[in-house]
Design a protein around this ligand. Structure first.
Ligand SMILES: *[C@@H]1O[C@H](CO)[C@@H](O)[C@H](O)[C@H]1NC(C)=O
Ligand SMILES: *[C@@H]1O[C@H](CO)[C@@H](O)[C@H](O)[C@H]1NC(C)=O
Ligand SMILES: *[C@@H]1O[C@H](CO)[C@@H](O)[C@H](O)[C@H]1NC(C)=O
Length: 284
């Protein structure tokens, strides 16, 4: 299958007995070879409002999808099953070019997201915001090397996120980035690169930003990455950041972000530059 991306078998919980919402039903009118963005959004909305366990099913055909925002909280568990292939629309209308292909999970709890394969999409990424107890497993995201600056998985304001058995190749930015308000984030058995590596931050960008705590990266392989694991901070105070031209800030302002209890153990590898480990602390 040429270009773009494919998404198959996505489960948000496995349910035996459920009310079933087919995106291809008369109610949602999703067609094979058609754009099912709206059909998926409507089926999700109804499934989420269902007081009984629900299943959203995308049957075994090929479709176009511009993106999906799977927003909770829902009334009962939902399983969403992608049996077919989803592709990003080919046409280069302005709307599509601006939007990164973004699978968004907002306010999702106690869920497993697994078995997503995204092939050669320049824009695909997964965004988890305000999620609790979510496991991302068996994901494969590959992007062409000239990919735009998008992260693989971006986590913010979330608690208890596990990323397991996942491969992210060639996204133009971080494989995983974790920002403010996130707690207990674990990445294990993870393969990343080329790309920027695994990042916490940038921190200290917004006023009253919640801290990031309890991030663990274990038994992961990072190949041809710009960095391995890193913590990024904005210099200066978020409430008063003197600006130079554009959006850049004064690099020599000390950061107000405090970093503590960091451990690196049992790391093996080679570095393309003379410095393998760099601790750049503020002067004040
Ligand atoms: C977390 O989610 C899993 C799977 O979705 C569920 O089995 C488990 O009970 C949840 N844990 C808590 C503490 O709710
Ligand atoms: C990762 O997946 C394996 C199953 O292959 C499981 O045994 C392990 O507990 C998982 N790790 C985490 C942190 O959930
Ligand atoms: C660690 O990762 C390697 C290679 O990715 C894998 O073969 C091995 O089973 C993993 N170990 C554990 C304890 O998960």
């Amino acid at each position: 299958m040429a270009g773009n991306w494919i998404l198959a078998f996505l489960f948000l919980a496995s349910i035996a007995k459920a009310e079933v919402f087919y995106v291809t039903s008369l109610r949602y009118r999703g067609n094979s070879k058609g754009d099912i963005t709206q059909a998926v959004a409507n089926a999700w909305r109804d499934a989420c409002a269902s007081p009984w366990p629900a299943k959203v099913i995308i049957p075994k055909w090929e479709y176009y999808l511009r993106g999906a925002n799977l927003k909770g909280p829902c009334k009962a568990p939902i399983e969403i099953q992608v049996q077919g292939y989803l592709r990003a629309p080919q046409d280069r209308s302005r709307l599509i070019q601006q939007g990164t292909w973004n699978l968004m999970f907002d306010f999702v709890t106690n869920s497993i997201i697994k078995g997503i394969t995204s092939l050669d999409s320049k824009y695909f990424y997964i965004n988890a915001h305000e999620c609790r107890n979510v496991t991302l497993q068996y994901l494969t995201i590959t992007a062409p090397e000239d990919s735009h600056s998008t992260d693989g998985i971006h986590i913010g304001s979330s608690f208890g996120i596990t990323i397991n058995h996942t491969t992210i190749i060639g996204t133009g930015d971080d494989c995983v980035s974790v920002i403010g308000g996130s707690k207990n984030i674990i990445a294990t058995n993870f393969i990343c690169g080329p790309g920027h590596g695994i990042s916490i931050g940038s921190l200290g960008k917004y006023p009253n930003e919640e801290p990031v705590t309890g991030v663990a990266v274990k038994n992961c392989t990072l190949k041809y990455t710009q960095n391995g694991v890193r913590i990024k901070r904005w210099p200066g105070s978020p409430t008063f950041r003197p600006r130079q031209s554009g959006t850049h800030c004064k690099q020599d302002d000390p950061s107000k972000v405090k970093i503590s209890e960091i451990g690196f153990t049992n790391i093996k590898g080679s570095s393309a530059t003379p410095v393998a480990v760099k601790l750049l602390c503020s002067r004040k």
